[in-house]
Design a protein around this ligand. Structure first.
Ligand code: HEM
Length: 397
């Protein structure tokens, strides 16, 4: 295939910084997106099982609403974190992403509505579970199915975006243009592997849950032991399933002996050993983060190989260095981003460790981080809009 037309389709304005940096940011932010996708689906899936057990089992009665809450928060985070890789893929692989949106335009519309309906139903599920309604399990199953379907659609777009040699066949099968937007192309192995990861991710989350709450007097040690054991079992079984699927997927992609996939396999084995021993679940989580980054890297390697194989020159993307934009982006990311996240995490940690209602005292870390976040946010709004106005009107005034 001749990639001249794909190279010609590149944005004439160019990219504002070195493409390799966007590529790195893509890998980083997709890993974050995936982590919350997996936690959301895993905790929700397990909560559905819990909803069938909680009437007779006091431990499931405590755990089920906690899992539902974990899933609910994770969905909102996965949506926010999905935007970042979406932007980065549009910057460096714009042709692929827009072709996918053309081939599957109808599914793109459906994705948004499915997400709205699936997530709204989640709130209904939480409410009916709280009320003890008999239909709660059914509502949960429907909501879960819709959200999994959203993942299937995302997978469809990802597969189409990395299949440039098939674009013409899909767009005009037998020479007849099909602009219905109903194209759907799945890679069951890749999808199966991605989805299977929800089991170990949720298992490791439960090990953390048990460890984190062990300092609280209002949680019975036996209950925490139950959660820990279940989490460890899920982590071990889930990792074995995911590792098997990963190996077959890599074999199919001819990447099994590539250093990146070998590193991923070794990291998964280390993760498995750590999860089995469960001495320090926070350390296990650190290794899980590394594994997530490696998997994200493998995804990018597959795409890079396909695109460069047909002659797409990613690193030769025309660059229009704009230092103002870069400075604004990096300052926002590093200073506002990290301060804001530090505030939210510190507060969540303190709230979780406190029995009853937590109040931040004057001068405490939480209170200082809150004030710093607020001040930085006000400064950011002023600079962002002030700068924007100057850029907008400097040629007209
Ligand atoms: C419940 C909702 C969602 C689920 C279950 C989900 C799941 C997934 C999965 C499984 C993939 C990997 C597909 C593959 O590599 O084969 C993926 C990729 C991705 N998702 Fe999501 N996702 C959801 C919502 C979103 C949202 C709301 C956004 C954007 C705001 C988003 C942005 C992305 C992006 C940019 C990719 C990478 C696409 C590519 O590399 O071509 N996702 N998602």
């Amino acid at each position: 295939m001749d990639a001249t037309f794909i190279n010609t389709m590149k944005d004439a304005a160019g990219v504002p910084f070195y493409p390799v940096v966007f590529q790195g940011l893509y890998v980083l932010t997709w890993a974050l997106h995936a982590a919350f996708v997996l936690l959301a689906l895993g905790s929700m899936g397990l909560s559905i099982y819990g909803s069938t057990q909680q009437k007779s089992d006091p431990y499931w009665k405590i755990l089920t609403p906690h899992l539902i809450m974990t899933g609910k928060i994770s969905i909102s985070i996965l949506i926010v974190l999905g935007v970042a890789p979406l932007l980065f893929t549009q910057v460096i692989y714009d042709s692929g992403w827009y072709v996918a949106n053309t081939l599957s335009g109808a599914w793109v519309f459906i994705f948004i509505y499915a997400l709205v309906i699936g997530y709204t139903m989640y709130y209904w599920y939480q409410y009916s579970n709280k009320k003890g309604s008999s239909s709660n399990t059914l509502i949960g199953i429907v909501s879960f199915a819709i959200l999994v379907f959203c993942g299937v659609l995302m997978h469809n777009f990802a597969v189409e975006a990395i299949s440039p040699t098939k674009w013409m066949d899909w767009y005009a099968p037998n020479g007849v243009v099909d602009n219905s937007g109903w194209n759907m192309h799945l890679d069951p192995l890749r999808l199966g592997f991605m989805v299977s990861l929800m089991i170990p991710v949720t298992g490791i989350f439960m090990q953390n849950y048990s460890r984190f709450l062990s300092t609280r007097k209002d949680f019975e040690p036996k209950y925490l032991e139950f959660v820990k054991k279940l989490g460890t079992k899920m982590a071990i079984i889930g990792l074995l399933i995911s590792a098997a699927l990963f190996t077959v997927w890599m074999q199919k992609e001819n990447l099994l002996l590539h250093p990146l996939s070998l590193t991923t396999v070794v990291s998964v084995v280390i993760l498995l050993l750590l999860a089995m021993g469960n001495k320090n679940s926070y350390l296990t989580t650190g290794v899980l983060v590394i594994v997530a980054l490696l998997i994200s890297g493998v995804r990018e390697l597959i795409r890079y190989n396909i695109m460069s194989g047909i002659g797409y020159d990613l690193y030769g993307y025309h660059m229009n260095l704009e230092w103002e934009t870069i400075a604004m982006f990096l300052l926002t990311f590093a200073i506002l981003g990290f301060t804001g996240i530090a505030f939210i995490l510190t507060m969540a940690w303190k709230v979780g460790k406190t029995e009853g209602v937590y109040t931040a005292t004057e001068g405490s870390a939480v209170s200082r981080l809150a004030n710093a976040s607020l001040a930085l946010f006000i400064l950011w709004i002023t600079v962002y809009f002030g700068w924007g106005m100057v850029a907008l009107f400097k040629n007209t005034l």
